[in-house]
Design a protein around this ligand. Structure first.
Ligand code: PSV
Ligand code: MN
Length: 406
């Protein structure tokens, strides 16, 4: 198929596209810069972040080269282990970024073996709830707009647990948390069909998250992690439904081949991510305004150079958003009304194959960042300097693994 170029867009369409992209921001995860890996082990990198200071420096660097990642999601147990620390907020500012979504950690402590907020044991449920409430407090003090909840809770065997009772326990906790949140905080509820639990997870799909959100309160919304669906799932349809219900809270972007692989966005199936963006672009066109959701990356890279992978992912997401904005919505609606299936499908695929490089260069020029952020970062020497400094720091700290996340 011939490659269209965005230069062929009318100048008003190109201007609108550029304007929209200038307002588009993506949040990076602090844990994406640390020594991470699979459950079989970690391949250590000298340049990987050791602590929150390094993570914020790396996030700052990602933002410096892309111009669109001004916030960093944090995991409370890894980044605020002793509760709120104003020094972390100051450090973030020094690196040109802000603290974003607050993620409580309800999956690492030994006591959560049989669940956190769904545990049979009331004392463990209380511990989990207290940790979430502490996280709300950290979010309040850090001026974060989002409390992002992911529960690893579930069971491995039929009969092991009471599914309905666990649903009730989780609902009780979410209601308490929702009440405790400041009025401008949004609760994001993530879902995942399996892992670590294998038979069921309590928050297993978008419908479960939707039901929990409705029970929790009006500031609870569904978080769609692209790696959290069973093969063949039509994720863009889920997104369209959640948009229509005003229940889409945000995304955790990543790509995958089989399961929650945390690969760089666009590496395996860019057309899938594009189709999601196309649904959003259509929604924004119909509503006449930008959708107000959390655009976040959730990737823990195993063998990839950390900052490079984050930059590549960020520009990959930006490119797919740009392509989705190339769909002529009026022409598509006309083709749909005429039941011209061939024309409809062609419009979507043509947009995907549009070369948006000129538009992206224009946007980056306006943002004051390099036209090719990844190449500029690779030439900058940041990674080599970080590796040197962090090798020294590890020696001083007598550590090799850095963050305990795997
Ligand atoms: C779980 O797989 C998840 O997607 C959740 O968002 C966690 O917070 C994140 O990964 C990091 O472990
Ligand atoms: Mn996630």
């Amino acid at each position: 198929m011939a490659r269209r170029t965005s230069e062929k867009l009318s100048s008003s369409a190109a201007d609108k596209l550029i304007d929209r992209l200038l307002r588009f921001r993506i949040e990076v995860p602090s844990w994406g810069y640390a020594q991470t890996g699979t459950r079989f082990g970690k391949f250590l990198q000298d340049a990987a972040a050791i602590d929150i200071e390094d993570k914020l420096a790396d996030a700052g660097s990602t933002h410096k080269y892309t111009g669109i990642t001004p916030t960093v999601a944090v995991h409370v147990s890894w980044d605020f282990p002793n509760g709120f620390d104003p020094a972390v907020v100051r450090l973030a500012a020094r690196h040109g970024v802000k603290i974003g979504a607050i993620n409580p950690n309800l999956f690492q402590d030994q006591c959560y073996k049989h669940g956190s907020v769904t545990n049979r044991d009331g004392a463990i449920r209380k511990k989990a709830l207290d940790h979430i409430l502490d996280s709300v407090e950290i979010g309040r003090q850090a001026k974060s707009g989002y409390l992002s909840l992911w529960f690893a809770d579930g069971a491995n065997y039929p009969g092991q647990a009471d599914i309905r009772q666990r649903k009730e326990f989780a609902t009780e906790a979410l209601k308490v948390v929702h009440k405790a949140m400041p009025s401008d905080m949004v609760m994001l509820i993530e879902y995942k069909p399996f892992e670590p639990a294998t038979y069921f997870t309590d928050f297993f799909d978008w419908g479960a998250s939707y039901v929990f959100c409705k029970a929790a309160g009006h500031r609870a919304k569904v978080l769609v992690d692209l790696g959290h669906h069973l093969p063949g799932c039509n994720i863009e349809q889920i997104v369209a439904w959640l948009l229509d219900e005003k229940m889409l809270g945000g995304f955790h972007f990543n790509d995958h081949k089989y399961a929650d692989d945390d690969l760089m966005v666009g590496a395996i199936d860019p057309y899938q991510t594009f189709r999601i963006f196309s649904e959003i672009a259509g929604y924004e066109f119909d509503e006449g305004k930008d959708v107000d959701i959390a655009w976040m990356i959730d990737q823990s890279h195993n063998i990839e150079a950390k900052v490079q992978a984050m930059i590549r992912t960020t520009v990959g997401i930006q490119e797919l958003m740009a392509k989705a904005l190339c769909v002529d919505r009026k022409a598509l609606a006309a083709a749909q009304a005429a039941e011209d299936t061939i024309a409809c499908e062609r419009m979507i695929r043509d947009a995907f194959f549009t070369d948006v490089t000129p538009v992206l260069h224009a946007v980056r020029g306006k943002l004051g960042v390099p036209a090719d952020p990844l190449e500029a970062f690779r030439q900058s020497g940041y990674e080599q300097a970080a590796a040197k400094a962090r090798r020294r720091k590890r020696k001083e700290l007598e550590t090799s693994g850095g963050s305990n996340y795997a």
